[in-house]
Design a protein around this ligand. Structure first.
Ligand code: M6R
Length: 592
């Protein structure tokens, strides 16, 4: 939540900051700002709204600064207004700070600051940081920051510049992501790799408890005790094109259509080897999967596969519920933390708490070098490339590919499963050829106020994921439910105006879900079916059917999810909503 970016070098910093911010906008987009060291003074510009508002207000200003920091905000403390937007400055206008995360003890700090005679003008926690720096400054920005971090509690990343030291940015990581980009006679810092891609692919992801002293001719990384650390840069395999829209109207649509390739890249990465794990899932008494949002839904599907193919009991829990629960966990447990970003605070901190209790921590992430990747005993990667749309799509199916590969890797004889999995990218391609039909259907239903998504067994998590996609980008209320549970209460919601999306491939629960569809019809509900092609029975019951190719039962989630992504996309686009940056959301949620 929130994106920060910083530049020191010889080029105009503003251009770098604005390009970086545009690529970080998915992290938060309620207001944005920059601070530049312009002719020895701080120049600050902030605007409510998206980056384009900031760009507009800077238009035509000939700013030549070669050092600066920028920020795009997702409000945590204080309403959305210019005063609360970042960068924040001290009373004398000598220091500017951009910050991502939460300073939990900022109220106490604010009292300390105000009792020193400083006026605190915003409602943010961030302002405490900049005043503390100004109050503690004794001629060296790095030393001052090292002193100040000892006073802060919470999870944060911030960057500071000062008129007192013109060629320097000092930035800190503690709980929120921060990556250093290495250039030639110029260096960068940002919350995430896509912001750096136009300038460099050599990056150093920082660990919690590290501070970087960024100068045009060098990058120096210290721990919080001030010890200089030696860290190698890593080369990012993603190129700038993979972080661009490539002719599609939205990133989300592009990412949906990328799935045949991202699936094939991910599957190829795993299928020939045994996951490169130095252990078997059967070495553990249970696998505990923790994740949030879409990654949690992938985990629910993974449970069925792992239990079926590896015979190991699997529990799946919301990461946000695990950290403060008294879950008995120990050395016999394998914790599998699933996170696209590898930065989600709920997932990371729960994973670390469980690791602390003795469990082995295996993570499944899309972002190499992310905090969770570095904190885990072992990591599996999805090879989906950068996902910019706030709604997760290609990374969900890539997570499924890894989970299925992991599950079947535990079998002695897995030739049939592997052969079937290898067909999935092509089958998804076939589903995508029917996008126009999904679009037409979406337009027919775009004005409904509520939706129910029903599924059983492997299709139950697909129903949850379909409903989440619709809610988050179209703001239409949608509820995903296990179809068999309807009769225990929620069936009361059914009426002519509430369409039900029934995910009903011909699998082991086919007959059961058709009975549930009948129950909906008996209450005058309209049903959109998602099922195998030429399923005349399903067609005879439903108002409309989205057809997917017939496939092995295990692999149905790959095919039934994709039309639901498209369905949500086309409704949101038809309603004229901001598909890639839906209201109130952020791509990476680094607060608890
Ligand atoms: O990066 P993560 O996979 O840990 O993110 C988890 C959720 O925040 C994420 O899946 C969220 O629910 C997406 N907006 C879903 O589209």
């Amino acid at each position: 939540m929130c994106g920060i970016v910083g530049y020191v070098g010889a080029s105009p910093a503003l251009l770098v900051l604005l390009q970086g911010l545009e690529r970080l906008e998915y992290r938060g987009y309620d207001s944005a700002g920059v601070a530049l060291l312009e002719n020895g003074k701080l120049y600050v510009e902030k605007k409510v709204g998206k980056i384009r508002e900031l760009v507009r207000s800077l238009w035509g200003k000939n700013l030549k600064a070669v050092v600066g920091i920028g920020h795009t905000r997702w409000a945590t403390h204080g309403e959305v207004c210019e005063l609360n937007a970042h960068p924040h400055t001290d009373n004398r206008g000598e220091f500017a700070v951009v910050h991502n995360g939460i300073v939990e003890n900022y109220r106490e700090l604010r009292q300390e600051i105000e009792s020193a005679g400083v006026s605190y003008v915003s409602q943010t926690d961030t302002e405490a940081i900049v005043h503390l720096i100004a109050l503690n400054y004794e001629g060296d920005l790095l030393r001052t920051v090292l002193k100040v971090v000892k006073k802060l509690r919470g999870a944060y990343a911030f960057a500071v510049i000062s008129t007192r030291e013109q060629s320097r940015i000092v930035a800190v990581k503690y709980g929120s992501p921060l990556v250093v980009g290495i250039g030639k006679e110029e260096n960068f810092v940002a919350s995430d790799i896509p912001a750096l891609l136009p300038f460099t692919r050599e990056v150093i992801p920082l660990n919690d408890g590290e501070v970087v002293d960024l100068r045009p001719d060098g990058v120096f990384i210290y721990d919080f005790e001030g010890n200089l650390l030696t860290k190698e840069a890593m080369h990012v395999p993603w190129d700038i094109i993979s972080a661009e829209k490539g002719g599609f109207k939205h990133f989300m649509l592009k990412e949906i259509f990328e799935q045949p390739r991202t699936l094939s890249d991910t599957i190829r990465g795993y299928i020939s080897r045994d996951m490169s794990l130095p252990f078997s899932l059967r070495d553990y008494r249970r696998v505990l999967i923790i994740a949030c949002g879409t990654s949690y839904h992938a985990g629910l599907i993974g449970k069925y596969w792992i239990e079926k193919h590896a015979g190991v009991p699997v529990e799946v829990a919301y990461a946000s519920e695990v950290r403060y629960a008294n879950m008995p966990v120990g050395e016999q447990d394998l914790v599998l933390a699933i996170s696209q970003s590898g930065e989600t605070a709920d997932t990371r901190f729960s994973a670390l708490a469980l690791k602390e209790k003795g469990a082995t921590l295996l993570s499944l992430v899309n972002v190499m070098g992310s905090a969770l990747d570095r904190e885990s005993d072992h990591t599996l990667y999805t090879h989906a490339g950068p996902e910019i749309g706030v709604a997760a799509t290609k990374t969900f199916t890539a997570q499924l590919a890894v989970l299925y590969s992991l599950a079947v890797s535990q079998r002695q004889d897995r030739q049939k499963e592997v052969e079937n999995l290898l067909k999935v990218p092509h089958l998804v391609e076939e589903v995508l050829t029917r996008a126009e039909a999904v679009k037409n259907l979406a337009l027919r239903y775009a004005h409904s106020k509520d939706f129910l998504y029903l599924g059983r067994y492997l299709s139950y998590p697909v129903a949850l994921e379909g409903a989440l996609k619709l809610k988050e980008i179209s703001y239409i209320h949608a509820e995903g439910y296990p179809a068999g549970e309807m009769k225990h209460g929620p069936i009361a919601l059914i009426d002519e105006k509430t369409p039900t999306v029934a995910i009903a491939p011909a699998d082991r629960v086919y007959e059961k879900i058709l009975s549930n569809v009948e129950e909906v019809l008996a209450r005058k509900g309209k049903v959109i079916g998602v099922g195998f092609e030429k399923d005349e029975r399903l067609k005879s019951l439903c108002d409309a059917v989205i057809e997917v190719p017939t496939v092995e039962e295990d692999l149905t989630p790959f095919l039934t999810t994709v039309p639901l992504q498209l369905f949500a996309y086309y409704i949101a686009d038809y309603l004229g909503l901001d598909v890639d940056q839906p209201r109130n959301l952020a791509k990476t949620v680094t607060v608890e």
